[in-house]
Design a binder for this molecule. Structure first.
Ligand SMILES: C[S@@+](CC[C@H](N)C(=O)[O-])C[C@H]1O[C@@H](n2cnc3c(N)ncnc32)[C@H](O)[C@@H]1O
Ligand SMILES: Nc1nc2[nH]cc(C(=O)O)c2c(=O)[nH]1
Ligand code: SF4
Ligand SMILES: [Mg+2]
Length: 238
């Protein structure tokens, strides 16, 4: 079996974002990303600051660790990163999970394709708006969305400002048949003052809801908070 660069394994917790928000789940976070979003809340996976935490693990070792942490109390595993779509050999882990009746969710930004995307039960694609500093490769994104037509996927755009909002709309209009989520951006990813953070995140959530409600062009959309930050703030591993 080949090795995977694992940054952290944690849970059980709830999925705080997107199409299966609230789902009880374990998390596997892989190291490495082809992007470097200005506001990335998981930059330790790619900026070198977490390099001592990276463990090269075989898929069956990851499964053993998941069971050690979660016991018999889980039926869902979410794979995130970094960008897990950089890892060609992630199929080994996905297959072990499925052999054990575990549903698999995965978070990626839509910059890379892998054939194992077909095996993911809930795939979240999260293209990055202008505030991230990243440029979307629409040729690649078109290909990914086309390949996955008819499968359980969603698009989730994080929104920080008006320009991001316009970008989100552009994404929804380009792929109108893909379930579409807008998510509040967290612009203070280092504070430990949870009360102040939650207060400001709620204000931003209100701002986003008000904008969508007043917008006749955005109809079939779900507006969500990044739920885990309202509960645990910027804490890692939850
Ligand atoms: C850390 S990323 C890892 C997966 C993949 N690289 C991606 O971006 O989709 C997981 C999710 O967190 C979101 N995210 C990252 N930083 C955020 C922030 N400061 N506020 C809100 N969401 C954030 C990303 O947009 C993505 O949807
Ligand atoms: N609870 C919880 N939900 C999440 N949804 C997406 C996450 C991520 O970092 O990819 C995440 C995370 O780190 N924690
Ligand atoms: S694509 Fe995801 S992991 Fe990579 S920098 Fe952006 S938010 Fe962070
Ligand atoms: Mg996160």
């Amino acid at each position: 079996m080949s090795k995977l660069p694992v940054m952290e394994i944690f849970g059980p917790t709830i999925q705080g974002e997107g199409m299966v928000i609230g789902q009880k789940t374990m998390f596997v976070r892989t190291a490495g990303c082809d992007y470097s979003c200005s506001w990335c809340d998981s930059s330790f996976t790619w900026d070198g600051s977490g390099k001592d935490l990276i463990k090269q693990m075989e898929a069956d070792e990851i499964w053993t660790e998941l069971k050690a942490l979660g016991g018999n109390g889980f039926s869902f595993v979410t794979i995130s990163g970094g960008n897990p779509a950089l890892l060609k050999n992630l199929d080994e882990l996905i297959h072990i999970l499925q052999e054990n009746d575990i549903k698999v969710g995965l978070e990626t930004q839509g910059s890379k394709w892998q054939d194992w995307f077909y095996d993911i039960d809930e795939l979240t694609i999260s293209p990055k708006p202008p505030s991230s500093g990243m440029i979307t490769n629409f040729e690649k994104l078109d290909e990914i969305i086309k390949n996955l037509s008819g499968r359980s996927i969603s698009l989730k755009v994080v929104i920080f400002d008006d320009q991001d909002y316009e970008y989100a709309k552009q994404i929804h209009q380009r792929y109108p048949h893909v379930p579409f989520f807008c998510q509040v951006g967290n612009d203070d990813i280092t504070t430990t003052d949870d009360r102040d953070l939650v207060k400001r995140l709620l204000e931003k959530y209100t701002w986003l809801i008000d904008k969508v409600m007043a917008d006749d062009e955005l109809k079939n959309v779900k507006v969500l908070p990044q739920l885990h930050t309202y509960i645990w703030g910027n804490k890692r591993g939850v």
